[in-house]
Design a protein around this ligand. Structure first.
Ligand code: NCD
Ligand code: ZN
Length: 348
C-alpha cells in the first residue's frame, strides 16, 4: 500500500468563496491545496459585469495569506439581459474564464438568474465566437418537477437542445449527480464536460436522513440514489477526461444551515483534495486521481497544467467540529470524523 502520494498540484473547477469576512475565513483552505479555482459569481448582488468580476478578483487576491500563490479564475453571472458587449469585455479582460447559467431560482442567490435560455442568444453567440465556456447549474426549476428529477429533466428540456443549437459552444455541466447526467456527457458532442463534487461521490440520499435530518449534507443538486453515485464513480474509474474536479465547496454559517429553512451548500475546501483521495482509494482507482484533479480540467479550459506537486499522506485526521466564520461558525464536511488522507504541510 502507498502511504505517500505525490500529485501534480490540483485545481478546483467549481468553488464558492463568498466575500468579506467569509472570504477571509475560507480562502486559505483552498489556496493551500489548489493552484487555481473557478470562482462562482453568485454573490449578493451577483457578479454580472466584468467590472464587478475584476473588483471581486482584487478582493480575493487581497484576502490571500502572505506567501500564497493562488490564482482566482473569475466567472460572469448570466442574466436575461447579458449583452454581447459584456461578453466581449469579459473575454478581453483576460481574467474571466467562463459564464455561469443559473436557472432563475435554482439555488443560493439565483434569483437574478436566467428565466429562459432563449433570451441568451446574444451572450451565447459571443461566447461561442470567443470560445468562452458556458458553466451550467443543470436543474429545472419548474416547481412541478420532483426535486430528485430536476437534473434529468434539465438535460431533456434545456441542456440537450442548447448543446445542439450552439454546436461550437463549450459547456461544463457543473456538479453532475445522476446516471442520466453521466450518460448525457459520455454520449455528447465534443466540447462538453462535467465537474464532480466529493459529496456526490461519498454519499447517497439516505445519508440526509440516516437516524435524523442532516442539514450539513444538504446541497443543490441534492444527493441522489446509490445507483447514481455508482454511475459517477464508474465514469471516474474509466479515466474519462470529460469529468474533472469541482468541489462546489459552498460555505454557509452554522445558524443558516441549522434552521427551519436551512441553506443549501456543503463546505469541503478544508479537505478539498483529501476527500477525493479517500474516495479514489476506496474504489481502487487511486492512479486515476491525478488526471481528474490536476490535468483534465486544465486541458478543458486550455490552461497549462501546474508544474509543482503536493504530497498526501495516508494518515487519518479529523477536522474540528467547526471553523471560525466571521461572526459565526462553519461546520465542515466530515466534522469531527476521520479522513483517511492528510495534506503534507496542512496545519493539524
Ligand atoms: C451553492 C451556494 O451555496 O452558493 N449551494 C450548493 O448547494 N451547491 C450554490 C450552488 O452551487 O448551487
Ligand atoms: Zn456551486
Amino acid at each position: 500500500m502507498t502511504d505517500q502520494l505525490r500529485l501534480r498540484r490540483p485545481d478546483d473547477w467549481h468553488l464558492h468563496l463568498r466575500d468579506g469576512a467569509a472570504l477571509r475565513a475560507v480562502l486559505p483552505f483552498t489556496a493551500l491545496r489548489f493552484a487555481r479555482a473557478i470562482v462562482m459569481p453568485n454573490l449578493a448582488p451577483p457578479i454580472t459585469t466584468t467590472a464587478l468580476a475584476l473588483a471581486y478578483r482584487e478582493r480575493i487576491l487581497a484576502a490571500l495569506p502572505p506567501g500564497a500563490s493562488f490564482q482566482p479564475l473569475m466567472t460572469l453571472y448570466l442574466t436575461d439581459h447579458t449583452s454581447s458587449a459584456e461578453i466581449e469585455r469579459a473575454h478581453a479582460s483576460g481574467a474571466i474564464f467562463g459564464c455561469k447559467l443559473y436557472p432563475a431560482g435554482a439555488t443560493t442567490h439565483a434569483e437574478a438568474g436566467v428565466t429562459d435560455v432563449g433570451r441568451l442568444g446574444p451572450a451565447l453567440a459571443a461566447m461561442t465566437a470567443l470560445d468562452l465556456p458556458l458553466l451550467v447549474h443543470g436543474e429545472l426549476t419548474d416547481g412541478e418537477v420532483d426535486v430528485f428529477e430536476r437534473e434529468a429533466r434539465f438535460i431533456d428540456r434545456v441542456l440537450a437542445p442548447l448543446a445542439e443549437r450552439w454546436p461550437g459552444l463549450r459547456i461544463v455541466f457543473e456538479h453532475v449527480t445522476t446516471r442520466a447526467a453521466v450518460e448525457f456527457v459520455r454520449a455528447a458532442r465534443r466540447g462538453i464536460a462535467a465537474t464532480v463534487t466529493p459529496q456526490h461521490l461519498l454519499h447517497n440520499r439516505n445519508a440526509l436522513f440516516a437516524g435524523g435530518l442532516h442539514p450539513h449534507l444538504y446541497c443543490l443538486p441534492v444527493l441522489k440514489t446509490e445507483a447514481d453515485r455508482r454511475a459517477l464513480l464508474e465514469a471516474l474509474a474509466c479515466g474519462d477526461a470529460r469529468f474533472f474536479l469541482g468541489t462546489d465547496s459552498a460555505p454557509h454559517a452554522r445558524a443558516a444551515k441549522e434552521s427551519a429553512c436551512g441553506c443549501a451548500g456543503i463546505f469541503s475546501a478544508h479537505a478539498g483534495i483529501e476527500l477525493y483521495a479517500e474516495i479514489f482509494e476506496a474504489e481502487g482507482i487511486l492512479p486515476r486521481l491525478q488526471g481528474f484533479a490536476s490535468e483534465y480540467g486544465a486541458d478543458f479550459y486550455r490552461l497549462p497544467r501546474n508544474q509543482d506537486e503536493i504530497t498526501l499522506l495516508r494518515e487519518p485526521w479529523s477536522p474540528p467540529a467547526s471553523y471560525p466564520f466571521g461572526d459565526g461558525q462553519l461546520v465542515p464536511l466530515r466534522a469531527g470524523e476521520a479522513i483517511a488522507w492528510r495534506l503534507l504541510g496542512a496545519p493539524a
